[in-house]
Ligand binder design. Structure first.
Ligand code: 5GP
Length: 184
């Protein structure tokens, strides 16, 4: 599906694929610089961060290792439950490692705060965060996000890994859904 053939479910494109690509190149260059000479482990948060991880990892010129964690914070709807559960833990022992968490989006920041304290307690040499998208609410919580792609308005977005009831993850851009999709 492309931007001119969005289908009736989409309201608008918020961030075009070319802008995502360019931003990930920028972030990768920063990460390459910051971690020069160090072994970096990038940790993707499933399922939303799959696209960001894949494209960011390929934009990096340093040799990184990759691992995945799956946590649940949202149900099938659009509201954060505040409860985080580990559905899949890391395969890697991160003690003494330089770890970069890669996120798709930070909204309330609840998921990320929890993740930072969970991974932080495992004794990494360093722990930083990279997110493609950040909503205004995220600015209210005390999370130090070192690499941010785009600050977006407080709208529910889909695409580029982000879903609504498990759909729309494979859109190559970030967009919003038409009200009728939510039953409006
Ligand atoms: P937080 O805990 O920061 O409120 O939310 C984190 C998780 O909620 C994200 O990893 C994502 O799965 C989901 N989420 C938050 N905002 C959105 C959104 O606008 N669209 C979608 N599809 N998921 C979102």
């Amino acid at each position: 599906m492309n931007e001119t053939d969005m289908g009736a479910d989409l309201e608008k494109v918020l961030i075009a694929k070319a802008d995502i690509d360019a931003k990930l190149q920028e972030l990768a260059a920063e990460i390459d610089r910051d971690y020069a000479g160090r072994d970096l482990l990038i940790v993707g948060v499933l399922k939303g961060a799959v696209m960001v991880m894949a494209d960011l990892a390929r934009a990096l010129s340093s040799n990184v290792t990759m691992d995945w964690m799956a946590v649940s914070s949202y149900g099938a709807g659009t509201k954060s439950s505040g409860v985080v559960r580990i559905l899949k833990d890391l395969d890697t022992d991160i003690a003494g490692r330089h770890v970069l968490i890669v996120e798709d989006i930070i909204d309330s920041g609840l998921t990320l705060s929890w993740l930072i304290s969970n991974l932080g307690s495992r004794g990494p040499a360093s722990l930083e965060v990279c997110t493609l998208l950040r909503k205004p609410e995220a600015a209210k919580v005390r999370i130090d996000v070192k690499y941010t792609g785009f600050d977006i308005p407080n709208e529910f977005v889909v695409g580029y890994g982000l879903d609504y009831s498990e759909k729309y993850r494979n859109l190559p851009f970030v967009g919003t859904l038409a009200p009728h999709v939510y039953g409006g």
